[in-house]
Design a protein around this ligand. Structure first.
Ligand SMILES: Cc1ncc(COP(=O)(O)O)c(C=O)c1O
Length: 394
């Protein structure tokens, strides 16, 4: 049977990780892979997570099935965290899913059941996994303008014009915060305009929320999504707990749907649960139970927020240090955008030859499109990195 297959393309980020691991230079710098890193270049388990795991371990009594929608307490806690009071909960349903990716997957399947072959509009550029998830679900993908390669900000007028031209049958995928790969994000005023456009056209907002708390804080990062949810009759949200809880390998996320009313929400949820049952039956519990334990316990929640704030502050500090170092050396503000961006990534807008040169010559690894993970910048070697970047650009 397998003779009918040809080799599928490998994942570029995983290939780069392999190249980095094989590089013997002790001075190499990993700005590639999309996981948070601390001062030591490690991705440690958060203290709040460790404490929650200890509680779970000693209190646990059973490993029996939880049901298709997963951990109910987790679902309720995630809705409080994500939605706050932006939308009447009678219109909202949630199903725990394996990571942000699994949440995107089941929601795309739901879109295809409701509107077979619909077009999903994604930002140009977007997270490379959006396209296959949508296409493998039977949907079509088109792009709306997003990143301005001149300013390295958002091409907002062009983006809004494209959204204004959509209709009821369209689906618009938006990064809730901390855009991946660009790092360029909408201002609150721009979110207001996007929400008004969606309310006007009837296009369905589908929000990918993979980095809540990594940009300017939980509330600020949730602003745009909540504004949209409070402005439109229907919406989808794919939440991930991979980054903000550091639970990457536990595969914890949630598929959230907002319907016109409770009756439609029940019908849509029944379809969502039917999709899950026919795919993997039920989600894994451990990550969800960790998040539930943290969010339901005032002390653990405060500790988690302190840890999340520290991660965010470190990323903003590294952004400021790198743009400052480049400004001092080059006497130009060309890289000030790094400090203005938010989240874990910035798209530098470098030619692929420059990216390759930095890898070969300096052992500086970034994704081929010149996306860097700012958490990978070694704080004590920012000047060295700025020198390498400026030399490579010349
Ligand atoms: C934009 C975006 N969406 C979704 C995800 C999914 O994350 P996970 O499936 O690991 O929770 C990621 C992870 O890199 C991402 O960057």
């Amino acid at each position: 049977m397998f003779e009918t297959l040809t080799k599928a393309p490998g994942d570029k980020i995983l290939a780069l990780m392999g190249e980095y691991a094989a590089d013997p230079r002790p001075t190499k710098i990993d700005l590639g892979v999309g996981v948070y890193k601390d001062e030591q270049g490690a991705t440690p388990i958060m203290t709040s997570v460790k404490k929650a795991e200890q509680k779970i371990l000693s209190a646990g009594k059973t490993k029996t099935y939880l049901g298709i929608a997963g951990n109910k307490g987790y679902g309720a806690a995630v809705l409080d965290l994500v939605l706050a009071d932006s939308v009447d909960r009678s219109r909202v349903r949630i199903a725990q899913a394996p990571g942000g990716t699994g949440s995107l997957w089941v929601l795309m399947q739901l879109v295809n059941r409701a509107r077979p072959g619909a077009t999903v509009w994604v930002s140009d550029p977007t997270w490379p996994n959006h396209n296959p998830i949508a296409e493998n679900s039977g949907l079509q993908v088109k792009t709306y303008p997003y990143f301005d390669t001149e300013t390295r900000g958002v091409k907002f007028a062009a983006m809004l014009a494209a959204l204004d031209a959509l209709g009821k049958e369209d689906v618009v995928l938006l990064h809730g915060c901390c855009h991946n790969p660009t790092g360029a994000n909408l201002t609150p005023d721009q979110w207001d305009k996007v929400a008004a456009s969606l309310a006007r056209t009837g296009a369905l907002p589908f929000i990918d929320l993979a980095y809540l708390g990594f940009g300017d804080g939980i509330e600020a990062d949730a602003y745009g999504m909540r504004k949209i949810l409070s402005s439109v009759p229907e919406a989808l949200v794919a939440f991930s707990g991979s980054k903000n809880f550091g639970l990457y390998r536990e595969r914890v996320g949630a598929a959230i749907l907002v319907a016109r009313d409770a009756a439609q929400a029940d019908i849509a949820q029944s379809q969502l649960l039917n999709i899950i049952r026919g795919a993997y039956s039920q989600p894994p519990d451990h990550g969800a139970e960790i998040i539930r334990t943290i969010l339901e316990d005032a002390e653990l929640r405060a500790e988690w927020e302190t840890e999340l704030n520290a991660m965010r502050a470190r990323m903003i500090r590294l952004r400021e240090k790198l743009s400052e170092a480049i400004r001092q050396r080059s006497n130009s503000k060309d890289f000030d955008f790094i400090a203005a961006h938010r989240g874990m990534f910035s798209l530098l807008g470098l030619e692929n030859s420059v990216v390759e040169h930095l890898k070969a010559n300096n052992g500086v690894y970034m994704i081929g499109d010149s996306r860097i993970n700012v958490a990978g910048i070694p704080e004590d070697r920012v000047g060295e990195l700025a020198d390498a970047m400026l030399a490579a650009i010349k």
